[in-house]
Design a protein around this ligand. Sequence first.
Ligand SMILES: [Zn+2]
Length: 351
Amino acid sequence: MKNLIFSALTLLLLTGLTQPVGPIYQVISQHPHDVTELNPYIETVSEEGRLWLVRLKSEAPAKVMKNLRLVGNEKLSSRLIDSEKRSPRASISKTTELVEIENLKADVTALSSYKTRAAGTEDNKRAVTWVQERLNTLGYRTQQICYRTGVCSVIADQPGASETGVLLVLAHLDSVGRDFAGADDNASGTASLLEMARVLAGKNLRHNLRFFVTNGEENGLLGAKHYAQQLSASGEIRQIKLALNMDMVGYNSNGIIELETNAAFEDLANEVAQLVHSHTTLKPKITLGAWGSDHVPFLEKNVPTLLTIEDWSTKTPCYHASCDKPDTLNYEYAGEITKLNIATVLMKDGI
Ligand SMILES: [Zn+2]
């Protein structure tokens, strides 16, 4: 018995000694390959939604450390926002009701019919042209903006009636390049952007409405970084009153939408969470601690910015894999996120 107690104590002590101590890091890439490389070096401190905090068990090589961000004093959290469902505002819902699920399905299918949408490929260029023509047809003034020769994003503008501010809606069109895949990541966000553009075309808004279909997101947010830098250099960045990013809005089974930003814009996330309650069938989860998509360059320039994304705890099992195909998506869910983002634009416009 005495031996047993002794052993138990030794075991407890040893376990205690092997517990990692030291700084906490946030994981800022969850590409399956990066996670496999990361796992041997870390112990999870907490994981909720998109927010994954870890400690190091042992010294890790540079290729692992580049996917970790040292946590400082900033507020990081991820939590469901409980609230009573509220009745929608008629002035907003008469517009959100125009969203057609069939349009989302058709556009995800069309975008996934390119063999690849990896930035810089011929198919990627064709997809960019296809998106630009769609936005032209809807009556927007469009242009391509290229961060490298032949690798371009699309910008589409609808002038506002009175204000000089810009409401920016963005989604990336490129994929990691698996054949005929990238339906959720991110044909879903691009299709949702196109449906927003259709519903809001010709609507008399106070703000300039701008759609930004980005390229090279999967290569390091290249299109978004380039454009945010350009806006910053010209001073136009101060005109951007809202940047609303849609990335992976098509796979879900629990009815939760994640709203991600940094602590500085928690109020914006709270406002949008109220719209989730009043204008959709979904439940909002707010995550503070932005990483890994095109909202980040705008947050770094201090623009009020939000990412809308499927609940990361139950994200597509086909993330960055060749099975990310149109028939795996939940189009009703993507439709609810499209309605939410229309409601957000209208709220910010003062409707
Ligand atoms: Zn993506």
